[in-house]
Design a protein around this ligand. Structure first.
Ligand code: ADP
Ligand code: ASP
Ligand code: MG
Length: 437
C-alpha cells in the first residue's frame, strides 16, 4: 500500500485535482492521500496558505474577517463547483465556522491550517474516500513541539483499520487540548511521511510539479538534470540546504521505517521521478546535487592564544544559548573562530549578540559580514575521489567568485562554501557546469 502526498500546485484548481484523482484511481495501492492547500495556478497567483495568513494578520488589526475571507471562499467554491461536489458538502457552514475560528484565535496556526483542511474535504468528497482530520492523528505538545512517537501510535490506531481510502490534510495537527498547530512552511511533506510510517507503507509518493529531485534549483540553473536515485543522507543535506522540493524534516518518519520516497510529477505521471532510498547508493557518481540558501551573517572572532584558552568555545556558544539562537557553522583557525548564523535566527538581536560575545570572550577583533549565501555540493562519491574540493574552488575562481568560508565535514558527503549574496547564482551555475553538465 502506498501513501501519496499531493502538493499545492497539484491541488491548485479543479482541473489539476481531476488529474490527481486520475493518478489515485490508476493504482489500487494508493489508499492514503495527504494533501496541501491549493497553491499557485500561475506565477503571480497567491497560495491559499498565504491568503489565510494575511486574513489572520489583517483581522488582528481590526479589519473584517468576512471581507478578508471572501477571495478564499470564492476560490474554494470555484473548485467545488468545478469538481461537482458543491452539493455534497455544506460549504456555507464550513466557511462560517472558519471565519469564527479565525476571529477568535490568538495565533496564526488555525487560519493557516484551513487551506489543507478544505482541500482534503473536497478531494475526499470527489473520490468518495473518507476524510480524516489531521488534528486527530498528528500531535504537538502544549509548547508546539511535534510529538513523533505519540503521533505514530495515534495515527496507527486511527488509520490502521480502514478498508477504503482516506484523505488527510497535511501541514497541521493539534495539542491534546485541541489547539491547532502547524509545521513550518512546506510541512505537508512531513505529514505525508508521518502517515507513511504509521500505516507501514511500501512507498511514500510525493507528487509535485517537477520531474523529481533535480541536480540544482530549476529557478537558478536552466533545465538542471534529474536525479534518478538519492540516499536518505543526501536528501537530508540537500533539502536542509535549500532544495525545498521536499521539507527537510520529512525524512525522519520514513527513515525510522526504511520506507522509500518517490518524488513524482503530477503533470507528467509517466516520468519515473526520483527514488530516495536508505543506504549509500553509489560511489561512482561524484556529485549528486547542489543546493543553497541566502540570508546568512558571519561573525569573525579573533583573539591571540584562543587555542590555549580552555572553555573558549563553550563561553562563546553559551551566548547563543542564552539568546535561544542556533548557529549553522563554526569554522575555526588557531586564533580565530567564525560563527555563521541565519538572519532569521538573529532577528533584531544583533546588538545583544555582539555585546554578549564581547563580554563572554573579550575578543581582540570582531568583524561582521552580512548578506552571505551558503552553497552545499553533495555526493557520497567525493569521499573516494581526490581533488573534488580543488575542482570546486577552481570553478568558482574561474568566474571570479570569492569564497568566504569552507566547511567539509569528516563524513565527506558535502562541501559547503559561503559566498557573497550577489555571487550566489553565479556560483551555483559554475559548480553545476563543473560537476554535472
Ligand atoms: P509542492 O507545492 O508540490 O509541495 P514545492 O513548491 O514545495 O511543491 O516544491 C517544488 C518546487 O521546488 C519546484 O517547482 C522547484 O521550483 C523547487 N526546487 C528547488 N530546488 C529544487 C530541486 N533541487 N529539485 C526540484 N525542485 C526544486
Ligand atoms: N500549504 C503549506 C505551505 O504553503 C504547507 C505545504 O504546502 O506543504 O507552506
Ligand atoms: Mg512543498
Amino acid at each position: 500500500m502506498k501513501v501519496c502526498k499531493f502538493g499545492g500546485s497539484s491541488m491548485a484548481s479543479s482541473d489539476t485535482i481531476k488529474k490527481v484523482a486520475e493518478i489515485i484511481r490508476s493504482d489500487e495501492a494508493r489508499k492514503y492521500i495527504v494533501v496541501s492547500a491549493p497553491g499557485k495556478r500561475f506565477p503571480k497567483d497567491i497560495k491559499i496558505t498565504d491568503s489565510l495568513l494575511n486574513c489572520y494578520q489583517e483581522s488582528k488589526k481590526g479589519k473584517s474577517v468576512n471581507e478578508l475571507f471572501k477571495p478564499i471562499r470564492e476560490r474554494f467554491t470555484e473548485i467545488a463547483v468545478g469538481l461537482g461536489v458543491e452539493k455534497k458538502l455544506d460549504l456555507e457552514s464550513i466557511f462560517q465556522a472558519i471565519e469564527e475560528g479565525i476571529a477568535s484565535s490568538s495565533s496564526p496556526d488555525f487560519a493557516a491550517a484551513q487551506g489543507e483542511r478544505l482541500s482534503a474535504m473536497l478531494l475526499a468528497s470527489y473520490l468518495d474516500y473518507n476524510f480524516v482530520d489531521a488534528k486527530e492523528i498528528v500531535r504537538f505538545s502544549d509548547n508546539g513541539v511535534f510529538n513523533a512517537e505519540y503521533t505514530n501510535d495515534l495515527a496507527q490506531k486511527l488509520l490502521g483499520a480502514r478498508e477504503s481510502g482516506v484523505v488527510i490534510p497535511g501541514f497541521y495537527g493539534s495539542t491534546s487540548s485541541g489547539r491547532i498547530v502547524t509545521f513550518s512552511r512546506g510541512g505537508s511533506d512531513v505529514s505525508g511521511a508521518i502517515v507513511a510510517r504509521a500505516v507501514k507503507a511500501e512507498l511514500y509518493e510525493n507528487w509535485t510539479d517537477v520531474n523529481g529531485f533535480l541536480t540544482a534549483d530549476p529557478r537558478i540553473v536552466d533545465h538542471p538534470k534529474q536525479i534518478p536515485e538519492l540516499s536518505y543522507r543526501e536528501l537530508r543535506e540537500l533539502s536542509y540546504m535549500g532544495a525545498n522540493v521536499l521539507h527537510p524534516e520529512s525524512i525522519f518518519p520514513v527513515r525510522k521505517a526504511n520506507i522509500p520516497i518517490n518524488i513524482k510529477n503530477t503533470f507528467e505521471p509517466s516520468n519515473p521521478g526520483t527514488m530516495i532510498l536508505p543506504g549509500v547508493l553509489s560511489h561512482e557518481r561524484l556529485i549528486t546535487g547542489i543546493a543553497g540558501k541566502r540570508g546568512f551573517v558571519s561573525i569573525l572572532i579573533e583573539k591571540s592564544m584562543m587555542n590555549n584558552e580552555i572553555g573558549f568555545t563553550r563561553k562563546l556558544l553559551s551566548v547563543l544559548e542564552n539568546l535561544n539562537m542556533s548557529f549553522e557553522h563554526l569554522p575555526s583557525g588557531i586564533d580565530t573562530m567564525t560563527l555563521i548564523l541565519a538572519d532569521s535566527e538573529i532577528g533584531n538581536k544583533m546588538q545583544e549578540l555582539v555585546g554578549g560575545i564581547r563580554e563572554a570572550v573579550s575578543p581582540d577583533r570582531l568583524e561582521i559580514q552580512s548578506d552571505l549565501a551558503l552553497i552545499a555540493t553533495v555526493g557520497h562519491g567525493m569521499a573516494y575521489k581526490p581533488g573534488t574540493a580543488s575542482r570546486l574552488f577552481t570553478a568558482l575562481s574561474r568566474v571570479g567568485v570569492n569564497i568566504k568560508m569552507i566547511d567539509q565535514g569528516s563524513s565527506e558527503l558535502n562541501i559547503i562554501v559561503a559566498v557573497k549574496g550577489d555571487d550566489y547564482e553565479k556560483a551555483i551555475n559554475a559548480i553545476y557546469e563543473e560537476f554535472i553538465n
